[in-house]
Write a protein that binds this ligand. Sequence first.
Ligand code: AMP
Length: 286
Amino acid sequence: MQTVKQLKELREAVDDLRQSGTIAMVPTMGALHEGHLTLVREAKRHAEHVTASIFINPTQFGPNEDLDAYPRQLAEDQRKLEAEGVALLWAPDVGSMYPDGFATRISVAGVSEGLCGASRPGHFDGVATVVCKLFNQLRPDVALFGEKDWQQLAVIRRMARDLDLTQPYVDRIIGVPTVREADGLAMSSRNAYLSPDERASAAQLNQAMLRSIAQIESGADVPASLGALERALLDAGFASVDYASLADADSLALLDSTPTRPARLLVAARIGGTRLIDNMSVEPPA
Ligand code: AMP
């Protein structure tokens, strides 16, 4: 596996790869776990060469968020990606991604506005801008993202559609189901922040969501079920709940009654100083 840190080198490496086949891309912020590696394995099914990026993107972190604390472990990540057969790792530093004078921002209205967009102002502008740059830098035929970040996936698809991106085409932006720990907690680089007690309580997030989904799918009152979910999280030791919402799976428009089309239950909640997110599908009652 070749690791590249400069744009000029990247262009040459991508041109070389392209001569012998199609390219899939898996963008990450590093501190890789089985969720990321599942994206890499899935990527192999869609292209001859798999490329990954590791870039902790400062523009998607708010002023009081965990940019400085975010885990950095490039050597270990390189070993994991190499073992999975990744051909090329793009690991730019902040100065090459955002050189002096950088002044452009991509802002996707609508899908980026509620949920995490409301609790993390500017976050999705940072995501859309860096992902657009990554697409232009690697020009992948296909790109893979986790459904763990459902709203992020919706924002990226909207951007690709609206800007007529061709590498990748919007229908080559692939969502991969969330990989979970045995107790249901969605894998996340941020789980490393959890103390043993917090880690034990964190499993309640997914378990409370499953209970709420069962209620909603059998026709229970939606606001009452979401209220019970929020209370269950606070009782389980979560410090606060940013949101616990039912939304249309595609538009992310909030729903306050039993869904009639595929929907999603999405939650962001804080335990100690760590913000966890999760989402799961909610089917309309038969
Ligand atoms: P991150 O490094 O957290 O920015 O994540 C990089 C990519 O991996 C994103 O597309 C995430 O949605 C995806 N990802 C993170 N955690 C998981 C997980 N538990 N299961 C599946 N995909 C994930």
